[in-house]
Design a protein around this ligand. Structure first.
Ligand code: C2E
Ligand code: MG
Ligand code: MG
Ligand code: MG
Length: 282
């Protein structure tokens, strides 16, 4: 099918290459270039504790400022980076940059970093993550790695073993986009997650008359029974937030509180009194 065709063949010029294949090849070349010239930046979106209202963490979200196209969505370029293996280098840059940034935040604020299933195939991942933590001075328990169900669906034993290595260095593991794809509750038994991120499709209608808070309620109950916390993604309204709080969800993330913002803009969201003293630089 189109998908398997897309994996390798586009690297070579063929006259009948269609427009979308050409666009993809050109994006791939631009991605390689951007890794060298520094075309990427990271925005951070706060996670808020629903009981206290305090910012408990920030998720690192990669941004690519393309010289001609402007901002390119990660939904567009992450799959290309995964297909070409560039995700390993890119992922390491995100990790190191975000750990360095988070090391300047108050000690109770966690950093969440997305890790691609492709990165979980690399048996040096735990070593690299330990390296990024050591270089930045960020405590391992402040780092939360977000992985999607794709890893579990493939029943990938090697990936599971890498997840266990990561857990043993003290970082936390969150299951991202829970409920999308070929979700099954049985995936929750294959690995002991610290947190479930409830996908925004379950949050969108939660406060409507026709909505189904019963799904979020079920996930919250399962998480509580298994020592996991929950975060609701894509919270955009007060009504959604109030419903989530009433359902016992631990945290929220979404435009209601803040869109992802450049590093310099998140410090003010941590609240007065929480900030670590800034070292005087001569
Ligand atoms: P994700 O990890 O599920 O991240 C949440 C996405 O939802 C982000 O999109 C965020 O901007 C968006 N979002 C947050 N709050 C709201 C809201 O209230 N309403 C709506 N409509 N959207 C909201 P973004 O930044 O475009 O990232 C898309 C996806 O790209 C991420 O989904 C993640 O899977 C991937 N991604 C981003 N950065 C990285 C990275 O550094 N590494 C890897 N492997 N994947 C990344
Ligand atoms: Mg995520
Ligand atoms: Mg997500
Ligand atoms: Mg998502």
């Amino acid at each position: 099918g189109a998908k398997s065709q897309g994996r390798r063949t586009y690297r070579f010029f063929v006259p009948e290459m269609d427009a979308s294949a050409k666009a993809r090849l050109s994006l791939e070349q631009d991605l390689r270039q951007a890794l060298v010239t520094g075309g990427f930046e990271i925005h951070y979106q706060p996670l808020v504790n629903l009981q206290t209202g305090a910012v408990s963490g920030c998720e690192a979200l990669l941004r690519w400022r393309h010289p001609e196209r402007g901002m390119v969505s990660p939904a567009e370029f992450i799959p290309i980076a995964e297909d070409t293996g560039l995700i390993n280098e890119l992922g390491e840059w995100v990790l190191r940059t975000a750990c360095n940034e988070a090391a300047t935040w108050p000690a109770h604020v966690r950093l969440a970093v997305n890790v691609s299933p492709v990165q979980l195939k690399c048996d040096t991942l735990a070593l690299r993550i330990a390296g990024a933590l050591a270089a930045s001075g960020l405590e391992p328990r402040r780092l939360e790695l977000e992985i999607t169900e794709a890893v579990l669906i493939r029943d990938d034993e090697a990936a599971l073993s890498i997840l266990h290595q990561l857990r043993s260095i003290g970082v936390r593991i969150a299951l991202d986009d829970f409920g999308t794809g070929y979700s099954s509750l049985s995936y929750l038994k294959r690995f002991p997650f610290d947190k479930i991120k409830i996908d925004r499709c379950f949050v969108a209608d939660i406060a409507d008359a026709s909505g189904a808070p019963v799904i979020v309620q079920a996930v919250v109950n399962i998480a509580a029974a298994s020592n996991m916390t929950t975060v609701a993604e894509g919270v955009e309204t007060e009504a959604q937030r109030e419903m989530l709080r009433a359902l016992g969800c631990t945290e929220m993330q979404g435009y209601l509180f803040s869109k992802p913002r450049p590093a310099a803009e998140v410090h003010s969201m941590f609240g007065p009194g929480d900030a670590l003293p800034v070292a005087a630089v001569a």
